[in-house]
Design a protein around this ligand. Structure first.
Ligand code: KIV
Length: 269
């Protein structure tokens, strides 16, 4: 998938696969895979920098990681749809600041930007869309609002909260967004929202009824240590393989079986 037009056309068709990634090596792997599209998320703060929240990501940090991922995805004309995240409060500083952030992200190689929430900045989404910058919304558990939400919790569990999320999803669509990421909401509510809007809804912890799914690359590769959210499926255990490899490497250095003659240079060859 190379454009937001293809993304939109997938509504109600075959599910969209999206991966959140932050580095060049991840992008190289995704480029050679059938995965549809890539999000350079502000989860870079937690995943790459080990921060407890996503607050430390800035427009400059996001642009740097978008550029690394864009290079890994290859030539501009061949590149999979690449979305760059608006970091903490970047949509709340007025239209001019939002345009600056979008400029950084698109110049770095993103085709589109993702913006958390909608209340109070629907005008920012509309302005970017009217300026030719495709925007995907993000509702439900929006990590940039973690303190207002009282923690990383499932959203929309009671009737009032569910109705409010549905209202926000309609507002995202009305503002001109080409899609919506829906994080950590009950499966029935995600289905209701997916049916209610005309734009594709990509879920993370939102059940199988959405128009697509997104997972963070290091999570799906089994590289994230410790307890994982219920919605994470580890499709492979690369973390365990890496730990074995490190132990093997250490032992090979200590017993001098590494490097071998084949792994060393002679004077002639
Ligand atoms: O920052 C991120 O990686 C995200 C996805 C998890 C949706 O927002």
């Amino acid at each position: 998938m190379k454009s937001v037009l293809e993304f939109r056309a997938r509504k109600g068709q075959s599910p969209i696969s999206m991966v959140a990634a932050h580095t060049h090596w991840e992008a190289r792997l995704i480029a050679d895979s059938p995965v549809d599209c890539v999000l350079v998320g502000d989860s870079v703060s937690t995943v790459v920098d080990g921060e407890p929240t996503t607050f430390s990501a800035t427009p400059e940090v996001m642009a740097r990681h978008v550029a690394a991922v864009a290079r890994g995805l290859g030539d501009f004309s061949q590149r999979k749809l690449l979305i760059g995240d608006f970091p903490f409060l970047a949509a709340r500083k007025g239209l001019e600041a939002a345009v600056e952030t979008a400029t950084l992200l698109l110049r770095a190689g993103a085709h589109a930007v993702k913006i958390e929430g909608v209340d109070g900045h629907a005008d920012v989404i509309s302005h970017l869309v009217q300026s030719g910058v495709p925007v995907i919304g993000h509702l439900g558990l929006t990590p940039q609002a973690v303190h207002a939400l009282g923690g990383y919790k499932v959203q929309g569990r009671d009737a009032a909260a569910a109705a409010d999320l549905l209202r926000q999803a309609r507002a995202v669509e009305a503002s001109g967004a080409f899609g919506l990421v829906l994080e950590c909401v009950p499966d029935p509510l995600a289905r209701e929202i997916t049916a209610a809007v005309g734009i594709p809804v990509v879920g993370i912890g939102a059940g199988v009824g959405c128009d697509g799914q997104v997972l963070v690359m290091v999570d799906l590769l089994g590289l994230t240590p410790g307890r994982q959210p219920r919605f994470v499926r580890r499709f492979v255990e690369l973390g365990a393989a890496a730990r074995d490899a490190l132990a093997d490497y250490h032992a090979s250095v200590v017993d001098r079986t590494f490097p071998s003659a084949k792994e060393s240079y002679g004077v002639e060859n």
